[in-house]
Design a protein around this ligand. Structure first.
Ligand SMILES: Cc1ncc(COP(=O)(O)O)c(C=O)c1O
Length: 392
């Protein structure tokens, strides 16, 4: 889908201008096509579409013009050949696995990924003969050791949520390819504005569009981006058959989200940087995790691999769980909710919510302490965000 017409455009322009084929009505805004099926001019045309002799719409589980506009736009922004939109971020990850793995295959996954992704690998894919191992995100030697002759896929999120740990995508892609495996990157936290994993050697990018791509907490959706064979044919085949398709209305909301993504990400990152620096100076705060801080162990990697440090940070309070809950309960403006990537700042206590199902040992391994708080920094005025965090 990436073509010469768009390759010279900046990300800001691609996010606004790519994908829309204006109809005979001359509309300026991308139209929504709320239709489940499409009409053919003749029996012959129907037969040709169904047999694949000619290209075109048949049924919205397979293709829809509004969804296609979103897919083309995101493909161009991630610099991939093909994009398949899905009904959620989880169905994007599931579709990749069903398309590219089979019984007997093995997956190596970062320990610091979204909890439901771990459940997908451990509980569900294992039932179909796909095994998985979990390793520390930034430890390349641990990745190498975990790979065996059945390994087909490495899966990461970078930076991780909530501790903002990174992995060197280029180095991990090289390792994956030297072992005949694919590297899949969940680029939900960075978006293509801050990081383009395919350009760094990753094979596939997945998104939860629910987060920054929407940006205003309205719709659930996802996407897979990669090459024509793996994504355009294999992942698309899964979507067409199993049906986790994106609705045209949601695709339209995500298109509108993409149009403001660059300026929102800039504002999220600026606010997060201010907040991280301010938190570091608070007596009650033991440690701040944010790649934009010089104290972050991978600050240099973040500044070369990403164009900015991101909108998510976490910090540990000296007073443990009680101090964390008190701080959250004293907020009046911040939203106490687990979603992220919204213009509204959200605050979460990971140990009792997003990571609540982990055992004490697993929490310790993942670095999720009782005093840890995650903030997905929104784009309200930074003074109002700071004022809502009342350190006693
Ligand atoms: C990094 C990451 N990937 C994937 C998902 C799953 O996305 P969805 O909720 O759209 O299925 C989430 C959801 O929180 C997430 O944070």
């Amino acid at each position: 889908m990436t073509d010469d017409t768009h390759s010279h455009w900046s990300q800001e322009t691609r996010a606004i201008r790519t994908g829309h084929q204006r109809t005979a009505e001359g509309e300026h805004c991308e139209p929504i096509f709320p239709t489940s099926s499409y009409v053919f001019d003749s029996a012959q045309e129907a037969a040709d579409r169904f047999s694949g002799e000619t290209q075109g719409n048949i049924y919205s589980r397979f293709t829809n013009p509004t969804v296609r506009t979103f897919e083309e736009r995101l493909a161009v922004m991630e610099e991939g050949e093909s994009c398949v939109a899905t009904s959620s971020g989880m169905s994007a990850i599931l579709s990749v696995c069903l398309a590219l793995l089979k019984a007997g295959d093995h997956v190596v996954c970062s320990r610091s990924v979204f909890g439901t992704t771990v459940v997908l690998f451990e509980k569900y894919l294992s039932r179909f003969g796909i095994s998985s191992s979990f390793v520390s995100l930034s430890d390349l030697s641990a990745w190498e050791q975990a790979i065996n002759r059945h390994t087909r896929l490495l899966f990461v999120e970078t930076p991780s949520n909530p501790l903002t740990e990174l992995v060197d995508i280029q180095a991990l892609a090289q390792l994956a390819h030297s072992k005949d495996s694919l590297l899949v990157v969940d680029n939900c936290l960075c978006t293509p504005i801050l990081q383009q994993p395919l350009k760094l050697g990753a094979d596939i990018v997945v998104h939860s569009a629910t987060k920054y791509l929407d940006g205003q907490g309205r719709c659930i959706g996802g996407a897979v981006v990669g090459n024509k064979k793996q994504v355009g044919e294999e992942v698309y085949g899964v979507l067409r058959t199993l049906g986790p398709s994106m609705s045209p209305f949601n695709a339209w909301v995500f298109l509108k989200g993409l149009e403001t993504l660059a300026i929102r990400m800039k504002a999220h990152c600026e606010n997060a940087q201010y907040l991280a620096e301010w938190l570091q100076a608070q007596d009650d705060v033991k440690q701040v995790h944010y790649p934009g801080l010089a104290s972050h162990p991978q600050h240099h990697l973040a500044s070369t691999q990403q164009t900015a440090a991101g909108g998510l940070l976490s910090f540990e309070l000296n007073g443990g769980k009680q101090a964390a809950w008190d701080l959250i309960d004293h907020t009046r403006m911040l939203s106490v909710t687990a979603n992220l990537g919204d213009v509204k700042t959200t605050i979460t206590h990971p140990a009792s919510t997003t990571h609540g199902r982990l055992s004490e040992e697993q929490k310790q391994q993942a670095g999720i302490s009782e005093g840890l708080i995650r903030v997905a920094v929104g784009i309200e005025h930074i003074d109002d965000i700071k004022a809502d965090l009342c350190f006693q």
